[in-house]
Design a binder for this molecule. Sequence first.
Ligand code: NCD
Length: 323
Amino acid sequence: MTHPQTALPQHLLSAADLSRDNALLVLDTAEELARVADRPIKKLPTLRGRTVVNLFFEDSTRTRTSFEVAAKRLSADVINFSAKGSSVSKGESLKDTALTLEAMGADAVVCRHGASGAPHRLAHWIRGSVVNAGDGTHEHPTQALLDAFTMRSRLGRLEALRVAIVGDVLHSRVARSNVLLLSTLGAEVTVVAPPTLLPVGVEHWPCAVSYDLDGVLPKSDVVMMLRVQRERMYGGFFPTTREYSRRYGLDARRMATLPDDAIVMHPGPMNRGVEIAAEVADSVRSTIVEQVANGVSVRMAVLYLLLGGAFVSDMAGAGADVA
Ligand code: NCD
């Protein structure tokens, strides 16, 4: 693999920031770095002396721990900042918080925030790199990268792969980032949802739109189920949970209509029994646990490349004796 002259932009705020070459660079670097996870000592010296701040204003299990593990495996110093217990609860603004972190010499700030666009604002105030770890209902680019990585490693390709993204597209930053990244990488995406859970302007997204899950499943190589995001719902988007599951939930009967080697994905956290049945989540087609493991490799690749690394073939091997 060669990646001539490819470097990431300073920040990773949107999946649209990534050209096809950049996205492939991240995926290939992640593949190299994944080998570190198989070694008894899972550490590389690459980011020794660099500081990564995890700035989380919204709850998170997978994404926060995954960025933390990723940074630590690259030997960076990690500061975990959560809004609870900080001066943010005393009313300190995002800008003042940012300037404080800047004064402490953060090389990268990984930011999750309930407001769409918060990481973009942050990028104006910070000299280091800003990584968007989920902003409101807007974007979650590293989730899209780890999803693409998982599809490629399970199915061997992304080009012309038929991907259905199903459920609460309206509130999902995962859906938007995936549509953008997957279309850059040549996959054919269809978003499937009831009309009330599709955002205004979805017809301009680089994907097809359908309301008919049963029609789409037999033509899908990948089906990605989205969580019904009740915490972002302030009205009635569907009659009852039961009705939603009946029309848009993935149960074993529906899963059986997928092509033989199709996979089922979910970014987590799942509402078992709502958008996905337990037997589907725990089936051999499900990549849900793999997605979490791949998240670490992909975030290692993102931090490594943003903080100045170039693609190194067999990096895991190269770092082995120094770690
Ligand atoms: C997602 C998120 O927070 O955007 N989860 C995640 O990062 N793995 C999806 C969700 O909350 O439904």
